[in-house]
Design a protein around this ligand. Sequence first.
Ligand code: BGC
Length: 873
Amino acid sequence: MKKPEHLMVEHYAGDVIGIGEREPRLTWNYTEQIPDGATVQLSVRRKILGGMSVCGTYEVPADQNILCGWPDKPLNSREQVFVKVRLCTKTEVSDWSEELFFETGLLDKFEMRAYFIGPSWYEGRTDKRPVSLIRTEFDLGQNPVWARLYISALGLVEPEINGGKVSEDILIPGWTNYENRVLYWSYDITAQLQKGKNAAGFWLGDGWYRGRIGFNGGKANVYGEKNGILAQIEVGFEDGTVQRIVSNSWDGKWKASVSPILSSDLAEGEVYDRRLEKTGWSAPFYDDSDWSCVAQIPYDMNRVMTSAMSPVRKAEERGPVNVEKIGEQGERTDWIIDFGQNCTQRLKIFFQGFEHGDRIRIQHAEVLEKDGTLCTRPLRRGQQIDEYISNGEDAWWEPRFSIHGFRYVQITGWRGELFPQNVISCVYYSDLRRKGSLETSNAMVNRLYANVLWSMRSNFVSVPTDCPQRDERLGWTGDIALFSPTANFLYDVHSFLSNWMEDVAFEQKKWGTVPFYVPYLPLSEWSVPQAIAIWGDAAVLVPWYLYLYSGDRNILKKQYQTAQCWVDEVIGYLSKNGVWDRKPDYVLGQLGDWLDPTAPPDDATKAMTEKELVATAFFAKSVELLARMSKELNYLEKESYYREKLDWIRKGFLDTFVRDDGFMTSDTQCAYALAIEFGLLDEYPQLKKQAGERLAQLVRESEGKVGTGFAGTPYVLPALTQTDHVEEAYDLFFSEKCPSWMYQVRMGGTTTWERWDSMLEDGTVNPGDMTSFNHYALGSVADWMHGVIGGIKPLEPGWKTFQIAPRQCPKISHACVTHETPNGRIEVNWRVCEETSTFQLDITVPYGITGILDVLGQEKKKLGGGTYHFQFH
Ligand code: BGC
């Protein structure tokens, strides 16, 4: 028998330290059919750091391999666990799986003995404050056998031990609503400590805590005026003793000073003066006699939480694809550098041959104007300008607490030639496990797909943001509501989005509704949260798709109340006939099919489709999903209550928006797509057929122009496909006219854009004040690509059953789609063989789940775990 594979704890991607679960669940996969009656032995070796190992072996039925309940006694804080599993029958035993290691963090609140501390001097209320440094020294009587750093900040922190970085993670502790909670992170620092004197140093930036956030001027000091770090170092020795060093303001051992970072803003940029560097400040024996004492920053320690998601981390480094001199004044030169890829990144530069006091300016932008200059207008206040002042020595430098969305960089004030090897771009995003892929024989399709991936990566930076460049970068709820199925397919976003949903729940309690973006702060016309469709529906859609892709009921349990409050709230706004036609009480009203292609550059809400229709359709979807959640959780009374409401809303939708002749009151791509995809016509097959035909006709009449904005875009191709208009779906998908997906590819896009025409046909940038080249919403088309080009789609939570239904088109002769389900990897690889006129399919189905093969003109087939080859004429 083959050994089990891919042993995982909860939703962590591999070995992990600092988890917060006392009874973590385990998942593993099989690579062959498990014999009837087989069991699995779990070997658990556990020890509290520095303590003795305790071993146990447990047996469970082999089919409990997905999120199997913790078999042993609950874990304690700082407990290391080594787990392996093997398959057993009466006659045979497999080899043990690879061993998985994980370690708990501090599970009881009172174990965090540190306090938040920050600079004690008056810093002013401006957001242009120097970044501070905090340091401490401590003696260790022996060499440590283990050591941990538990770290957090009201602000952003980068720790160093004995002069070296602790990790490559950035933007720690990440963005949560700090009123609600702040995360702490755990690091193994054993190798960095030694017997004798040691030092720890911390860079303390403003970040989201008190830096500037948001548009129209934004706001600074949103969560507080004073920032601080929280650090607890624990060191264990051979003899079993433990030494603990905790940040505090009273033992006189923690000191603060200003750093060479004169100011740092996430979007506006960072100014670094190398002349002010304090060499050796995070190493022992540094003379800190002129440093100040630290002040304690009050914070409710009950709100310091263990982080369950991955940090933002460097994913790759890229060199420039083009370096061009654009100006020269004596020895000083100006350059534009093209990195070939728009994304969230920042530059690491080697400053060579500069003189003391030389100032170099680095500005980042997504695109160039037609005349080749950097296009900075769409960045608004978030101008993404870093500045470096040299101390005359050659050195590498990278900003620390700001982050940029760009492809192009302008460097002003360089000395002499700029060599490509002097500039490296470091790409950052939250470290997520890749789950899905699609590759086809068509280069345009592959580029579009890559663009979707890049826009997702660029906007999965601690929270799911709308865009990574301008003065906005907010967790707009509607964008992720629409992109959730795609995100779940591409990456394991379970912990990332579950974490964000905790703040959605908090904000909903605080404001009485789901705000427009989370974490929320009042900004200009968005100052009072109001219930609006799609954006608020995130409360139901996001947890549902997490459940659909993972099969993990816990997310439903945790988020049920939030989903229910949203639905109950909106039920109160519906008219007697079940239609959501009440106008939200703020200037913009419903956002409807936001950024419909007919919307003028200055009014994104102007749309062809009635806002009430869009709102009611999405609400029906939310009520339907809430009913399904209720069923999954066995809340049967609630299920029937919401089913009744659903019938009422569906009837209202039909009576109001669907005419007797089958036309809809908004005769638009969006209207038919929503009605079809949200099942609003399912009980009237004739109407549904008519709607499909009308949609196909509209698409033909449009001659290849997409007619939908944010709301309709994810559904228009699925609706065409569902109603047997695959040809029209492909025609629209492949259209290169503006607006369309391939238009962006034809125009050289390397990400998906906010507007269909962020760049106009003539190569100029859309004049709208809101024009980003890196938004994921329109990339939701990838969900259709996975399901129809590749051919796979989940039918039941956790992919227990899934559909294999690729649909051919003349422009693609081969496609390969993969997805890591909880049970393992699905792979579907198809090609059209011209010589034999055959359609050939290779399929891998993981063990424990079932694929339903549905090829046009063939009978449906059920496929259990295994690999298959099919050939159809
Ligand atoms: C954001 C969008 C967001 C919208 C809502 C924009 O500024 O970039 O993606 O959903 O506002 O109005």
